[in-house]
Design a protein around this ligand. Structure first.
Ligand SMILES: NC(=O)c1ccc[n+]([C@@H]2O[C@H](COP(=O)([O-])OP(=O)(O)OC[C@H]3O[C@@H](n4cnc5c(N)ncnc54)[C@H](OP(=O)(O)O)[C@@H]3O)[C@@H](O)[C@H]2O)c1
Length: 322
């Protein structure tokens, strides 16, 4: 089994790679892509109210012929149509055609209304009512997680069985889950969230791990990823997924292509060395600095332009501002 199952406190286990439906659109093509992912071996489907294709994912899951226990379904409360958590989970279950989901997440902290403790209490009720085996959050930062844990009734307890060596929480046992943006260019800002999770019994899920290939190609991460891929005779996307796995996070990825999906699963067997991981980390940090510097320069240029325009207008109107 290339990607481990991570045991959770409630007796369930979560497959450590998921196929996400965010970019699949709707209709038959979405169903076909989920169907393809399941047929190559994905057993964890990550969807959300906001993706508007829960029903399509549900059809593929039913058509797969897998029993309910053989497939792990995550969906998210996205606040669609202004509906509350209680109504939304019922709609999601109806869309997916199941009686429970394995994991239900608050998609974004801005949806935790009127406040995090109140929203989390609603999530706990979803779990105790049996509509979700596990509950969690997405895109929360450390202070928001602290607020959540301070009021949470469902507390992490100690037990580390089943976790891969690098994913062992230092204390406690994972029974909550957070899904976050995680790739080398955001490592510096996101690693503290993973670390906080490890210390407090929260499994981290990483989405958009392939950003250095998809949305920010040409950056410093390309060189080490290319070098490692060529040495191991694999594809760059497999190296990035193996990097994320080495960080101890559950990977949530996607592809419309069968060969890539097979490669993603095979990446679970890749053994990166500590030097490989350090090289990607270091390149990620350089990239972050470049992106920060570029953003600063762009903002500074914008401020300078506005300043020049204001001075020009004042001088035209005969207003002495100096
Ligand atoms: N909780 C949240 O707020 C949140 C936010 C974003 C995403 N997510 C979840 O995470 C899932 C994955 O997100 P993501 O799509 O951003 O993940 P990703 O794993 O970073 O990217 C997947 C994409 O990478 C492309 N790809 C793979 N290898 C490539 C290569 N060598 N060169 C160029 N492109 C390559 C694939 O395209 P092909 O189809 O062409 O193979 C696919 O579209 C989503 O579906 C969703 O379930 C959650």
């Amino acid at each position: 089994m290339p990607w481990d199952l991570i045991q959770l406190n409630n007796g369930t286990s979560i497959p450590s790679i998921a196929f996400g439906t965010w970019t699949l659109g709707g209709g038959q093509q979405a169903t076909n892509h989920v169907d393809q992912a399941i047929s190559v071996g994905f057993s964890h489907i990550d969807t959300a109210q906001a993706y508007r294709n829960e029903a399509e994912a549900g059809v593929a899951i039913h058509e797969s012929g897998l029993s309910r226990e053989e497939i792990y379904i995550t969906t998210k409360y996205s606040g669609v149509d202004g509906l509350d958590i209680d109504t939304s989970i019922q709609n999601s279950l109806k869309n997916l055609g199941v009686e429970y989901v394995d994991l239900y997440l608050i998609h974004n902290p801005r949806l935790a209304v009127p406040d995090i403790p109140t929203a989390w209490a609603r999530m706990e009720k979803v779990q105790t009512d049996g509509y979700a085996k596990s509950i969690g959050v997405s895109n929360f930062n450390v202070p928001q997680l602290e607020t959540l844990l301070a009021s949470a009734k469902i507390k992490p307890v100690a037990n580390q069985a089943g976790l891969a060596p690098r994913s062992c929480p230092k204390r406690g046992f994972a029974d909550q889950i957070i899904q976050i943006l995680f790739h080398p260019y955001v490592l510096e800002s996101q690693a503290p969230i993973v670390e906080y999770g490890n210390e407090n019994g929260i499994v981290s899920e990483a989405y958009s791990v392939l950003v250095p290939l998809t949305r920010q190609p040409g950056g410093p991460v390309d060189a080490p990823v290319r070098e490692i891929a060529s040495r191991l005779k694999v594809q760059p996307e497999q190296v990035l997924l193996a990097w994320a796995k080495a960080k101890g996070v559950v990977v949530v990825t996607s592809s419309t292509k069968k060969e890539r999906l097979e490669g993603y699963l095979a990446a679970g067997d890749l053994e990166l060395t500590d030097d490989d991981i350090a090289a990607i980390d270091a390149a990620g940090v350089i990239g972050t600095r470049r992106i920060t510097a570029r953003t600063f320069l762009r903002r500074a240029a914008a401020v300078a332009l506005v300043g020049a325009a204001v001075l020009g207008a004042c001088s035209y109107l005969g207003i002495n501002v100096i």
